[in-house]
Design a protein around this ligand. Structure first.
Ligand code: GUN
Length: 279
């Protein structure tokens, strides 16, 4: 039976340590500040943004929210980013994605000062991740690394299969695992016989955004299964990309949804903001 990796507990422990780091920075007169920008009224984005603000307050950090209407132009958003880039009490800038159609996400990401890019989405920071010279860690993959570390299992030499190749999760995840000396395979929608490839994995990381996509036939007995999905099942209930009930008896370790990867992502965003402030 799979042992549960408790994202809430790992996240709480990390936040307790970070709270002390923030307190030490405050003694030096530095209050880590995060600006969160949200454009439009996507309900999921609203929930994420509220959680980010709450996390800042909990750790003794400063945050500002900029909620812009869905009709905001690219020029207007670029002007806001330019202002935040030079605002001295703001160390980290997060522009919540996705953005409305009239705005080119790539242009906005490239306009953010790489030293304030706490999402690690700017090409300069992406490049640093590629060569293993991290300033900011990509939040979701970094959170997953902490979850794996919490199990005490070694990564070196293991077969790791990542399902999903997004710039936010799949690609940087593969790099972090590679830097820990895993043998890494990235699967995607065109992969032939995905189940067969997935069954090779000692560590299976699933980030494709399809509810309960991974069943027990795709999992090697005893494997560690990390579920990045945030989906809705046929009854509208929150679930992951992994069929938890089916896979859990076969897995060695498994993350639940909710309560697995999710809580770690914001914690890593806070870590990056503390780093940006000089912590
Ligand atoms: N939308 C969904 N996840 C993320 C994230 O990690 N960062 C930003 N900026 N937007 C997101």
């Amino acid at each position: 039976m799979g042992k549960i990796i408790d994202g809430k507990a790992v996240s709480a422990a990390a936040r307790a340590r970070m709270k002390e780091e923030v307190a030490a920075l405050r003694e030096r007169g530095i209050i880590p500040g995060l600006a969160v920008v949200i454009v439009g009224d996507d309900p999921a984005s609203r929930v994420y943004v509220n959680n980010k603000k709450k996390a800042c307050a909990e750790l003794g950090m400063y945050s500002e929210e900029y909620a812009l209407p869905g009709t905001t132009t690219e020029e207007e958003l670029l002007a806001l980013v330019a202002r935040l880039n030079v605002k001295p009490d703001i160390h980290g800038i997060l522009v919540q994605l996705p953005l409305p159609r009239q705005i080119d996400e790539k242009k906005i990401i490239e306009a953010i000062d790489p030293n304030k890019d706490v999402d690690a989405f700017h090409p300069q920071n992406v490049g640093r991740i590629m060569i293993g010279d991290y300033r900011f860690l990509p939040c979701t993959p970094a959170g997953i690394m902490e979850l794996i570390a919490s199990t005490g299992e070694d990564i070196s030499g293991k077969e790791c299969v990542v399902i999903g190749r997004s710039n936010i999760v799949g690609k940087p995840m593969a790099m972090l695992m590679l830097h820990k000396n895993a043998t890494v395979t990235i699967c995607h929608s065109r992969t032939r016989d995905l189940a067969q490839v997935a069954r090779r994995a000692d560590i299976l990381i699933v980030a494709i955004g399809k509810a309960k996509f991974v069943g027990p036939e795709m999992v090697k007995p005893g494997a560690m299964v990390i579920d990045v999905g945030m989906d809705r099942d046929e009854n509208g209930k929150l679930c992951g990309d992994v069929d938890f009930a089916g896979v859990e008896p076969k897995a060695g370790w498994i993350t639940p949804v909710p309560g697995g990867v999710g809580p770690m992502t914001i914690t890593m965003l806070m870590r990056n903001t503390i780093t940006a402030a000089g912590g």
